[in-house]
Design a binder for this molecule. Structure first.
Ligand code: SF4
Length: 312
């Protein structure tokens, strides 16, 4: 099943004011969601892959960073668009006679855990993620057992070079989607559907196999430990290395999860960026601030032989 095609057929019918499409959209929008669980110590399958320190802050009901009215309004808009994407997926499946469940509560055999899968057909669970357009500029390594099933085909750009669209699947998406499959198995592996909220990129459709399940177990243990150790708070996330400036610098930066964290004021992360290595005239030079052993581990993992040569 190519979900993008089914959605497109539905959207064409909707824009032509097709009565069946309109009624599917209305039925999904009218479907009242049950009230959200209020227990502050409850953990959710959507917590898997999050920063353990930020989860501890939520469980302790730590005050979130102050926000301007404009950024609060921006957040509301973003959450509305995310809900809208999910409801269009559900309405499209309803239109095609494939929808069996929407916001399905998942039974989890662990104390005080909750979760709801987004959309179900008779054969599979579908986890829907909507992301910003610029997320499609960054390649994410595929999590274990996750395969790209459908996305934009490679194309030839204006310079005659073949361009392979980047995979935007994140480990946290696969952990969440895979966990629905673990506790509520279906005949087919869970589908992970990543759509561009801005509509500039072709949505990507992935499958997560059983290989992700050991990681789910590790993450659930981690979050259980966070809850059991309160009011102790886990350490801040380790800063990461990234190649920037079109492959010309390697920078030490905060973990990407820090950039959109709502607890920066309570946490006080180091948000600076430092250049550890830079390329000039095709040769890498290592900066004084660099931790050479971490840089070497990064270069080896990313297969940067030229940098490895410089580091000896
Ligand atoms: S700022 Fe970073 S380290 Fe601190 S709680 Fe947020 S995500 Fe975690």
């Amino acid at each position: 099943m190519i979900l993008t095609d089914l959605i497109d057929e539905f959207l064409k019918a909707l824009s032509a004011a097709d009565t069946k499409a309109l009624s599917c959209k209305r039925d999904i929008l009218l479907q009242a969601l049950p009230p959200k669980e209020r227990d502050p110590l409850r953990l959710y399958l959507s917590d898997l892959g999050k920063c353990p320190r930020s989860v501890a802050y939520r469980l302790l009901q730590t005050e979130k960073d102050p926000q301007s009215p404009q950024s609060e309004a921006n957040d509301r808009w973003m959450f509305h668009l995310a809900d809208e994407v999910e409801s269009v997926v559900a309405a499209a499946l309803l239109f095609h006679g494939l929808l069996t469940d929407y916001q399905h509560p998942v039974k989890i055999p662990r104390e005080n855990w909750g979760g709801r899968s987004d959309v179900k057909t008779s054969r599979e669970t579908i986890e829907v993620k909507s992301v910003r357009s610029n997320s499609f500029n960054h390649e994410s390594p595929l999590p274990p057992g996750v395969v790209l099933e459908h996305g934009r085909d490679p194309y030839i750009n204006g310079f005659g070079d073949e361009v392979k669209p980047k995979c935007v699947m994140k480990e946290s998406y696969a952990l969440q989607g895979g966990s629905y499959d673990l506790f509520d198995p279906m005949p087919e592996n869970v589908m992970l559907y990543v759509a561009d909220r801005g509509g500039a990129n072709t949505p990507q459709q992935y499958r997560a196999g059983a290989e992700i399940q050991p990681l789910i177990g590790i993450q659930m243990e981690l979050m259980d430990d966070v809850r059991a150790s309160l009011p102790d708070i886990p350490d801040k996330l380790v800063r990461v290395l990234n190649i920037r400036d079109y492959g010309k610098t390697i920078k030490e930066e905060p973990d990407p999860r820090c950039s959109y964290c709502k607890y920066k004021y309570a946490c006080g992360p180091d948000l600076s960026k430092r250049i550890w290595a830079a390329k000039e005239d095709g040769l890498w030079g290592v900066k004084k601030a660099a931790d050479k052993s971490r840089l070497a581990a990064f270069a080896s993992q990313a297969g940067h032989d030229k940098l490895m040569e410089v580091l000896g």
